[in-house]
Write a protein that binds this ligand. Structure first.
Ligand code: GCB
Length: 615
């Protein structure tokens, strides 16, 4: 009761950021004005543009507020802020890599963009859509606050009232603040770089008054049609932004399958269910995507969707009813060659093609939702995806408010990607320390994920205690009871002993569920060669994987795959060995220049072997 009361109070005071019920999906299919490109900025470490000298929030109309015009009304007016060309940043893109003085910056930067709109006839609505802003975004248009969003890796949109929009010179300002806080998600401590800024695309979307906000079209569980006499069956729903006029109908069309169905809308959300007798199933070998069109009287949206089923069945993972072994790799959303966040189609191509070269059929997009371009590309390349929210290490598990923040990010992640065939696992976190409070928190997230999507697996990367390692290790984290896949991070030979420890070590879990190694790895500086006992040498890392792979081959039958840590070296403020790390986590198979390390060939050989059908 107390918790509920607290939440009500918090939400009434506007402090809480719940997932937005109005998130628009499949935005690539929408008419939109791109607001990418150069934005002017003001660096504001003291947040002078937001608070007065008593540290009280400035009134909306206060001319000193940085969301208000920077143009002097007359020459006597005092103006202490201004946006000019000389100070501009590219959007999308983190600020850290764009100016040397921003490399280590954590705080507020104001972004400003002017734009013109060709307003269409009445009956249109406008939404400002952000792919992601790290971490807090306060958005203002023409001096009016549109809203605030927290969470650095998920999309959000705010409606722009028609009356606020001008034909010329709209003054759009976003206050971006990437300061870390103990009560945020992630919290103060992470093993990755806290890149700040408007890191993903921005656009102004135009939609009709009543429009298709979101929809799901997926194969029903256990309905691949592999069972004799069973026809593949799809189900899902279409969500309009508001209840439609009486008599509204929805049409679902999949032209290639000659499928077309018209149904009466039953309100804001209408359930779908239909048979697809001739559907070719999506899989890594045949990543078949179909054009799916959804229409109402005044609106239409088109997406490319693959149809497959995925489930944990006993101790196996079944894709379209058949057991699979996941040859995975963990990936950060970063392009090390340019020391920046990944955001473009080319970035997604680089990361996924490097993974394919390694022999992977799966990627774990760690430790936060990556750009939508990568899950879409995974759909067309046939790569399985583990997608995760940044509930990382020790966040404030006792806080009801933090739980709401994590749920908001989980909801936004699932909402954005629930039509991606590639995504097979929603992960609610990584290496969270065991306690009842933590387990309740994580359990609540797992329940939420299942409520939002019951067609995929749910999991979390668990950890092992290196100080209590035995020859026989049992993954019995109580969270194991609530996940579909028992996944754990294991660094035997890096954080615990030397790699030859793998020879006498075994792993199992008491849960009758598939077992997955969600991380394993060791640092090597690309180009540094020594004997295999020398830490940070390519030879040490190569030895590490030799021993690990021999151990994988002795894993119990419930072992369904691995996603080693990590595809490429990445920036981390925690890695300060001045000779080998210099601010980089060096556990990549590719170094920061894109060169393959020796360990690459170890893993590739193992994956090539695992690709061959078992005799
Ligand atoms: C882990 C974390 C990952 C780190 C990695 C490491 O277990 O999940 O984020 O970067 O270990 O290199 O220590």
């Amino acid at each position: 009761m107390k918790k509920v009361l607290l939440l009500l109070l918090l939400s009434a005071s506007g402090m809480l950021t719940f997932a937005q019920g109005n998130l628009i999906t499949n935005t690539g299919a929408r008419k939109a004005l791109s607001l990418n490109g150069k934005w002017q900025y003001i660096v504001d470490p003291y947040e002078t543009g937001f608070y007065d000298y008593r540290y009280k929030e400035l009134d909306e109309k206060n001319p000193d507020a940085y969301w208000n015009t920077d143009v002097q009304a007359n020459k006597t007016e005092k103006k202490e802020h201004g946006y000019i060309e000389k100070y501009s940043l590219n959007v999308p893109g983190d600020w850290n890599h764009q100016q040397p003085e921003f490399t280590f910056y954590e705080g507020t930067i104001w972004y400003k963009k002017s734009f013109d709109v060709e307003k269409t006839a009445a009956g249109q609505r406008y939404f400002l859509y952000f792919g992601a802003v790290n971490y807090r975004a306060d958005v203002f248009l023409n001096g009016k606050k549109l809203g605030m969003h927290k969470g650095g890796f998920t999309p959000f949109n705010f409606e722009v009232p028609q009356a606020l929009l001008k034909d010329k010179d709209n003054f759009l300002v976003v206050k971006v603040d990437n300061k870390r806080h103990a009560d945020e998600v992630p919290t103060l401590n992470t093993d990755w770089w806290n890149y700040g800024g408007i890191t993903r695309e921005v656009k102004l979307i135009t939609v009709p008054t009543t429009f298709i906000q979101d929809f799901v079209v997926q194969l029903k569980k256990n309905s691949t049609g592999k069972t004799p006499g069973k026809t593949p069956e799809a189900e899902g729903w279409v969500k309009l932004n508001q209840a439609p006029a009486a008599g509204e109908t929805l049409t679902i069309e999949i032209p290639e399958l000659k499928f077309k169905k018209k149904i009466a809308a039953t309100g804001e959300t209408t359930a779908l269910s239909f048979k697809l007798p001739k559907v070719e199933l999506w899989s890594p070998e045949t990543p078949k995507l179909y054009t799916v069109i959804i229409r109402t009287k005044n609106d239409e949206t088109t997406d490319k969707i693959g149809f497959r089923t995925i489930e944990a069945h006993g101790t196996q993972v079944l894709l379209n009813g058949k057991p699979i072994f996941m040859r995975g790799i963990c990936i950060h959303g970063e392009i090390p060659q340019e020391v920046r966040r990944a955001y473009s189609e080319e970035d997604a191509e680089q990361l996924l093609h490097q993974s394919i070269e390694l022999g992977c059929n799966m990627v774990r997009l760690a430790h936060y939702p990556h750009d939508e371009k990568i899950t879409r590309l995974a759909d067309s390349l046939g790569i399985l995806v583990w997608s995760e929210i940044p509930v990382y290490w020790t966040i404030d598990f006792g806080s009801a408010e933090v739980l709401e923040k994590a749920k908001a990010q989980l909801t936004e992640m699932i909402t954005r990607d629930h039509n991606r065939a590639s995504v097979i696992i929603w992960s609610v976190g990584n290496e969270t320390p065991i306690s009842q409070t933590r387990t309740d928190f994580m359990h609540s997230l797992l329940t939420k994920a299942r409520e939002l999507d019951n067609t995929r697996m749910v999991s979390a990367a668990l950890e092992v205690n290196y100080s209590a390692l035995n020859d026989k290790n049992i993954i019995d984290d109580p969270l194991g009871e609530f996940v579909d896949l028992v996944a754990f991070n294991e660094y035997l030979g890096w954080y615990g002993g030397l790699p030859d420890k793998c020879r006498t070590t075994s792993w199992d879990t008491p849960y009758n569920k598939p077992l997955f190694i969600s991380e394993t790895g060791g640092d090597a500086k690309g180009g540094f060669h020594a004997d295999s006992l020398t830490r940070f040498s390519e030879e040490y890392q190569e030895w590490y994987y030799k021993e690990q792979i021999a151990m994988f081959k002795r894993m119990p039958a419930k072992f369904v795959g691995i996603s080693p840590w990590v595809l490429a070296d990445f920036r981390s403020p925690r890695r300060n060995n001045p000779f080998y790390q210099e601010g980089w986590n060096r556990k990549g198979f590719y170094d920061d220049k894109g060169n393959k390390k020796k360990a690459f060939y170890q893993l590739k050989a193992y994956y090539d072997e695992m690709k061959k059908p078992k005799k």
